[in-house]
Design a protein around this ligand. Sequence first.
Ligand code: ASP
Ligand code: MG
Length: 422
Amino acid sequence: MKVFKFGGASVKDATSVKNVANVLSLFKDEELVIVVSAMGKTTNALEQVVNAYFHKDDKLGEYIEEVKNYHLEIIEGLGFKKDHRVYEELSNMLVEIDWILEEEPARGYAFAYDQIVSQGELISTKIVSAYLNENKFGNEWLDIRDCLITDDTYREGKVNWDLTEKLVMMKIPALLKKEKLVITQGFIGATPENFTTTLGREGSDYTAAILSYCLAAEEMIVWKDVPGVLSADPKYYEDAVKLQEISYLDAIELTYYGATVIHPKTIKPLENKNIPLRVCSFISPKEKGTSIWHHHETKPLVPSFIFKTNQILISISAKDFSFIAEDCLSRIFGVFAKHKVKINLMQNSAVSFSACVDNDTFKIPGLISELHLDFKVLYNEGLKLITVRHYYPSTIEMLIKDKTILLEQRSRHTAQIVLKEE
Ligand code: ASP
Ligand code: MG
């Protein structure tokens, strides 16, 4: 049994959905649990709906209409008959959204966000499942909220592993006995009280890893619009090459530093049961892609680059020129944790502590004003953080040539540089 994950780009229009069947035809007779994300940019579109609801924006109706028309177009492109159930299923899910929007948002933003945004995955899986059923890929549709249980940290649900594993084992193998394919949603879960939660943006990879773990899958495959994991995002670095094999450790480090090819939380559940992960292209599904596994040494062992733009470097020092010692550091970390700001790179000297973080317009102003209460705070915006794993000194020379460097750190395998963005 294998677990597949199809992301938004792989189901973004009717042609792409048809291509999913094409990929699956290469795995005839295998048992597959297939995790699907919301179609194309639906999650962003639904975020816009939530924001309009909260800000009482008159465009709200228009935004919902866009979501509806987008999916209708895909359904029509897939050639369903006018009286097919999939039309009714789409409108049922849109009605769910309407119900939420009719009430005042009493339980806060994150709660409403999860109830609304989750419909993207529910709609997409209904469409994909119906299409496959119509085309000789008999499958069972599963509401993952019956299995994947989280706490009530809305927008960042923490998985209840024991309960989830029990429910997954109770439901999924039985469904696989009925049909070889089970189609379910990525990114969403539910609290024990049955309220919908989400696992954080791009969380569908994580869902697939959770299911792989619980089912002790033989392999997990993420189908993407790239040939595999590349040594850099070609948008920033044209000499990027495809990595054939990566160790779990390198994969976790690369995603931690911001490589967006897979969600950072994906590796741990797989590593814990030694389940291999492959990243393959849904455009050329016969190609091998990139294989990530315990027994692999990363190959080819070339430098991998991760570029993070829109960074801010915050420098914090005591108001009276005293040392930044452990007690100060613990206060500073407390403030970062409270504002949920993740530190991408940090460094300290006798009298100052510097941290490079994503310049999030929601979180950073609050963080800085709280730090200001106790410390002197200076900051520098418009920065880029480059992380190079398995670097050579010459790689760094090339990157920093003629650039203004604000901070640089090197360990044995990883170099990180903060520069001014051009
Ligand atoms: N649809 C969700 C998102 O766009 C989850 C995912 O695609 O992995 O963030
Ligand atoms: Mg996505």
